[in-house]
Design a protein around this ligand. Structure first.
Ligand code: OSB
Ligand code: MG
Length: 371
C-alpha cells in the first residue's frame, strides 16, 4: 500500500491518581498517536507512549513528537510499504528514538493485519487465547495504603503483584506484603535507582521468595547487573537496559538477568520485540509484557504480542480506564479472573474513537504526498 497521509497527534489525558516511581511522579498520560492513511482508504493507528519527561528512558513526549515530525514522518509519507519489516528498514538510518519509531511501526502492523484479514495475534504467530495479568503498584506514602491496594488487587484476581521500590522503601514494605500473602507471585521494580554497593539489600530480599527483581541498577549497565545476579538467588529482570536485539544478546551472554521485560515502545516496535522474545527463548529466559501506561490503542499491540509462546509470566496490562478518565478506543477490555482475552477478529480488535482522540489532542500535524 502507499502511505499518502501521516497524521501525528500529541495527546494528554489526565490520570485518575498520580503514579510514583523512583524517578518521580507521572503528571499526566502523554502519547503521540500516529495515523497512517493509504491510497486505498485504509487507516492504521499506532501509539508512541513516552512519559512527560525523559526520566524513564532518554525519550520524553517532547523528543518523541519532534523526532516523529522531523526524522520519521518525512521518511514514511509517500512510501509503498507492505510489511512492518520494510518500515523498520526505512527508519533504520535514524538512531535510537525507539519509542518514537514504535508509533509508526505499530500503525503499520494495524494496516497489515487489516489487509490480511487476520488478527494481529495470528499475524505475529501468537499461540495464547488469553494473557495473564499482573498489576504494578505505585510507591505510596505509607505501608497501610500499600497494603490496602494490594488487598484490592488480590481480591480482583490479579495474577502477580509488582511493588515499586526505592531507597528507604524496600525491605520493610516488601516484608509486610509477603507476610500478609505468603503465596502470591510477587516482584519488585527499582527503575534503575540502586548501585552495586547496595547489593546487601538484594541479598536480603532472597528470603522473600520473589518472582524477580526488576532493573535494580543503572539503566544502561549490563556488567554490574551480571555481578549482582551472581550474588543472589532471586532472578533479576531487566527493563530499561533491554533496548534491542543487541542489548538482549549481551545481557544473555553476560548473565545480567534471567527474565526480560519486553515493552513494545522501549524496543521500537513489534518486529524488534518478537526477535528479543526469540533470543530469550533460545536462552531459556522467560519474558513478560511490560507497559508504558499505553492508551487502549497501544495496549492492543501489547496484548497481541503477549500471545507469543515465551511470554509465560503475567503482563502489566490493566485496562486504560483504571488509570485515565477516558480511553481512546471504543471497546476497552475486561480482566476476568486475572485474564484478558486475545482478540481473534481481523486487525487489532479495537476501534479508535475519533471523538475522544480529538478531545484529548493538544497539537497535531499532517503530512501528505503533495507537501
Ligand atoms: O518500569 O514498568 C515500569 C510505569 C511507569 C514507569 C515505569 C514503569 C511503569 C509500569 C507500567 O510499571 C505498568 C503498566 O503500563 O501497566
Ligand atoms: Mg520496570
Amino acid at each position: 500500500v502507499i502511505i499518502d497521509h501521516v497524521t501525528l497527534r500529541l495527546v494528554r489525558i489526565p490520570l485518575l491518581q498520580s503514579f510514583r516511581t523512583s524517578f518521580g511522579s507521572l503528571p499526566d498520560k502523554t502519547a503521540v498517536i500516529v495515523e497512517l492513511r493509504t491510497s486505498d482508504g485504509l487507516r492504521g493507528f499506532g501509539e508512541s507512549s513516552p512519559f512527560a519527561f525523559a526520566t524513564y528512558t532518554e525519550e520524553s513526549i517532547h523528543t518523541v513528537f519532534a523526532t516523529a515530525i522531523h526524522d520519521l514522518a518525512p521518511r514514511v509519507v509517500g512510501q509503498e510499504i507492505h510489511t512492518a519489516e520494510e518500515l523498520v528498514a526505512i527508519l533504520a538510518p535514524v538512531r535510537g528514538n525507539r519509542i518514537a519509531k514504535a508509533g509508526f511501526e505499530t500503525a503499520v502492523w494495524d494496516l497489515v493485519s487489516q489487509q490480511r484479514g487476520e488478527s494481529l495475534s495470528a499475524c505475529l504467530g501468537g499461540v495464547r487465547p488469553s494473557i495473564e495479568v499482573g498489576e504494578s503498584l505505585s510507591l505510596y506514602d505509607s505501608i497501610d495504603e500499600l497494603l490496602d491496594c494490594v488487598d484490592e488487587r488480590v481480591a480482583q484476581g490479579y495474577r502477580r503483584i509488582k511493588l515499586k521500590i526505592e531507597p528507604g522503601w524496600d525491605l520493610e514494605p516488601v516484608r509486610q506484603v509477603r507476610d500478609r500473602y505468603p503465596d502470591i507471585p510477587l516482584s519488585v521494580d527499582a527503575n534503575a535507582v540502586y548501585h552495586l554497593s547496595d547489593s546487601s539489600i538484594f541479598e536480603q530480599m532472597d528470603e522473600f521468595d520473589l518472582l524477580m527483581i526488576e532493573q535494580p541498577l543503572e539503566f544502561d549497565d549490563l556488567v554490574n547487573h551480571a555481578a549482582l545476579q551472581s550474588r543472589i538467588k532471586t532472578p533479576l529482570c531487566l527493563d530499561e537496559s533491554i533496548r534491542s536485539v543487541e542489548t538482549t544478546r549481551a545481557a544473555m551472554e553476560l548473565g545480567s538477568c534471567r527474565i526480560v521485560n519486553i515493552k513494545t515502545g522501549r524496543v521500537g516496535g513489534l518486529v524488534e520485540a518478537r526477535q528479543i522474545h526469540d533470543i530469550c527463548a533460545a536462552h531459556h529466559a522467560p519474558v513478560w509484557m511490560g507497559g508504558l501506561f499505553e492508551t487502549g490503542i497501544g495496549r492492543a499491540f501489547n496484548i497481541a504480542l503477549a500471545s507469543l509462546e515465551n511470554f509465560s509470566l503475567a503482563a502489566d496490562m490493566s485496562p486504560a480506564l483504571m488509570y485515565f478518565e477516558s480511553d481512546l478506543v471504543e471497546e476497552g477490555f475486561q480482566i476476568r479472573d486475572g485474564l484478558v482475552d486475545v482478540p481473534t477478529t481481523p486487525g487489532t480488535g479495537f476501534t479508535v474513537s475519533d471523538s475522544r482522540l480529538a478531545k484529548y489532542t493538544v497539537e497535531d500535524i499532517t503530512f501528505d504526498t503533495h507537501d
